[in-house]
Structure formats: C-alpha cells, structure tokens
Write a protein that binds this ligand. Structure first.
Ligand code: INI
Length: 173
C-alpha cells in the first residue's frame, strides 16, 4: 500500500518544546592553519583555482604567510596521498584539494576521478580532518575554464569556503 504523508504545517502541540540545539560552522579563518594540495596536471586551470582559494582564505582572515602551506603533486591521483599525510600530521585545521581532470579518449579519466574522490573522502573520514574537494572533473577544457573563473564561478572559492566552515564546525561538534 502506498502511504502518502499529508503536507500540513505542524500544529503547535507537535512543535518541539524548548530550544533546539543548532550547530553550524562560521567563515572565520583567523588563527587557523590550512594546507592546500594542488595537482600540477592541467596547471593552467589549477593555478586559477589556487589563486581563488588563497584569496578566499585571506578574505576570511587566514594569515597566508604564517598559516597556509601549498603542496604540489604530479596529478589528481596523487592528491589523496599527500592530503592524508598532511591531515595525519595534526598541524592543520583543514585541507583544501585542487586539481583538474579532463576526460580523454580512454577510460583512464574514470579511474583517476574515482581514485581521487574516494581517496579524499576516506582520508577525511579516517583522519577526522576536513578535506574539501576542489578537483574539477570535466568533459572538456571549456567546461574546466568556466569553473575556474568563468561563467560557472571558481570552484577554488567553494573549496576554500567549505574548508573554513568545516574547520570551525569540527571544533564545535
Ligand atoms: N591527472 C590529472 O590531474 N588530470 C588529468 O586530466 C589526468 N589525465 O587526464 O590523465 C591526470 N592523470 C595523471 C594521474 O593523476 C597520475 O598523476 C598518473 O596516473 C601517475 O600516477
């Protein structure tokens, strides 16, 4: 039997009594330490993501010279290894990963995307250190350009913002 929930507003006697604990992170990067792992492959795109991420960290209050480390790796497949090592060091409140994987003629793209995304996820969960995912996975160079400062914004900003927010949230929960 199909059960369809009625879409009625909650009556006041169904509303939870008392104050609900709401926990959210903030966008205050002051005094916090971050590492950025950047893939050199498709560096023309990667460097644009990096500039945007650094600018975002600075705008949210991070001290770039003192508290931000940038680590470059050969390709996106190597990002999880470096991110995991940095997370395990315990020296950083959050890690930002940046890179660009563009589909080619062979299924290699799928392996690099899967290894990179899964590796970052596992490293983050296992180390309990936020590792944001700013690795573009695109069908064409054009798609990448649009996401690295073009019509679709700059994913370096999103990755840096997520890292700052999660760094704050993880201190609260
Ligand atoms: N690495 C990338 O970061 N982006 C790509 O588009 C890419 N392609 O297309 O192959 C890529 N491959 C290299 C890979 O990440 C490893 O560095 C390599 O396989 C060595 O382990």
């Amino acid at each position: 039997m199909l059960f369809v929930a009625e879409r009625k507003p909650l009556s006041s006697d169904l509303m939870p009594k008392g104050k609900i604990q709401r926990v959210t992170g903030n966008l205050d990067a002051r005094g916090k330490k971050f590492a950025i792992v950047l893939s050199r492959f498709n560096s023309f795109i990667g460097e644009r993501l990096l500039s945007a991420a650094l600018e975002t960290l600075e705008r949210t209050g991070a001290n770039l010279r003192k508290n931000v480390k940038v680590v470059r790796v050969p390709g996106a497949f190597e990002i999880p290894q470096a991110a995991s090592r940095l997370a395990r060091s315990g020296k950083f409140e959050a890690i930002i990963t940046l890179g660009c994987i563009i589909r080619g003629e062979t299924p290699h793209f799928d392996s690099v995307c899967a290894g990179c995304a899964k590796g970052i996820e596992v490293a983050s969960v296992e180390t309990q250190t936020p590792i944001s995912f700013g690795v573009l996975t695109c069908n064409t160079l054009e798609e990448a350009i649009q996401r690295a400062g073009g019509k679709s914004g700059n994913k370096g900003i999103d990755a840096a913002m997520a890292a700052v927010e999660m760094a704050s949230l993880m201190k609260k929960i």
